[in-house]
Design a protein around this ligand. Sequence first.
Ligand code: SF4
Length: 327
Amino acid sequence: MIPDLLVDIQNLNKKYNLAGGMFNSKKRVVHAVNNVNLQILRGETLGLVGESGCGKSTLARLIVRLEKPSSGQITFKGTNINLLHKESLKTYRRSVQLIFQDPYSSLNPRKAAAAIIKEPLTIHRIGDSKTHRGTVLELMAKVGLSAEQAQRYPHEFSGGQRQRIGIARALILRPELIIADEPVSALDVSIQAQILNLLKDLKQDYGLTYLFVSHDLNVIRHMSNRIAVMYLGQIVELAANNDLYESPLHPYTQMLLSALPGCHPHKKRKKALIRGEAIIESEQGCAFLSRCQYKLPVCSEQQPVLREISNKRFCACHLAGLIKEDE
Ligand code: SF4
């Protein structure tokens, strides 16, 4: 077992059956999470990046057990979370908290900030009204909100302040793992850096572990120790932050980075290599086949699996390590 292993995801699959359209009664199966193997280590920020609709949020929802997998398992500190019931599930839900993308829709508009932040304590029957007040005010100060703002309602706050309320609510149960699902994508760019730096500070102060989900490679780079790149439900590359940005191995990662202005000042990347749209191919070959400029006959015959290419660098491509990025 890996030391400091907090979450271990093994062969995880999530499929949805979609009804056929008006002129087509045939049901479709969408493989939102496709045979994912991934570990989250205690104390790290693992970035999960990919285009919208690639399965990132589904994976996040499976980890917090808002959904159940079609197959495979997730263990948290060695326990299979799908075997948890009642009290053990409640304990798990205290340990793993979600920060949502849209701070406005995730806050109850009829409750004041202090009541929103306090709610998890009431649900989990922790403390009493005397201790709640102190805990809430302490946490509000920690996330940059003043005591005077405690009785204000969500519509009286800016987007950044609302996200601060969401963060305080996620922290009040003193979780071990925070899953931040696009936590700044609904905010103005000027506010994003403040929230990201706040999340970094809180991680340090509370000894947290983050799974940080975003489509934004700049945000992911700023936040993450390691990064997993997801494409059509699969992890196609996994590497330490610097390795990924310095020398991406998978053609999809290369394509994403090629569109990132000023990503690496010492390296001239071909620009605008973003090609095509993510479409579901047959399960047999590589999921990236239709967009890949390097494809070979083997790519349509065999699905590449995620394998270690060099020290702690993983890639799911038949040509991993053989492609020169600027070819
Ligand atoms: Fe491209 Fe083939 Fe690699 Fe898929 S396996 S990314 S099609 S080179």
